[in-house]
Write a protein that binds this ligand. Sequence first.
Ligand code: SAM
Length: 224
Amino acid sequence: MLSIVATPIGNLGDITLRAIETLKNCDAIVCEDTRVTGNLLKQLQIEKKELISLHGYSNPGKVGAVIERLKRGQRLALVSDAGTPGISDPGFTLVSKARDADIAMEVVPGPSAFLAALSGSGLPINTFVYLGFLPLKKGRKTLLASLRNEERTIVLYESVHRIERTLLEVADALKDQPDRPVVIGRELTKMHEEFVRTTIGELSGVAMPLVKKGEFVIVVGGRG
Ligand code: SAM
């Protein structure tokens, strides 16, 4: 059995009862960074659990070895460093190969940064488009240009290193639609959580003085 387990995005209190039970009772945990997951387990007082590191750059043989263990009947849990595995995080290859191999699976849902940002944004979220991190080079301009005609609320991830650049580029790509709302969710669920509400027209003025620390989700209202 493979359990896909979501973990907190910054606030330990967001771990679910099922997540704790699953992490406690599994034979081993497939994770990204063993130090990050080791730290979570320590906080949950789960001791002596085998951790198998599987990140974006792991070779296919490693995924195969995990599938073999599942076939032998082991109970493994899949987590990422934070939030929901597979959402702009590793996990897809293992889940896909486990499906191909007809392995029993369950999901243990929980936090994800884009859901937290959308739900607190105040923008319409019955339909939305999740774009994750914008591509760094190839396709970036085209994707940014395509946002002009997007009628649904758009949600993007960005790291602290590129937040200013991305906000400025979004502002530039949509400059002929200055009234579109933008909400920046920073440090969600953590002590310094904040939602900065602005518009495309004001965005470059906001991007500069924005506290450039922590983690960010950008939510852009759709074309009216
Ligand atoms: N799997 C995660 C999820 O379900 O949200 C996403 C992992 S992705 C590698 C990391 C990005 O998620 C960050 O760069 C940021 O854009 C966003 N993120 C994660 N935690 C966040 C938080 N507490 N506040 C705001 N954004 C966050």
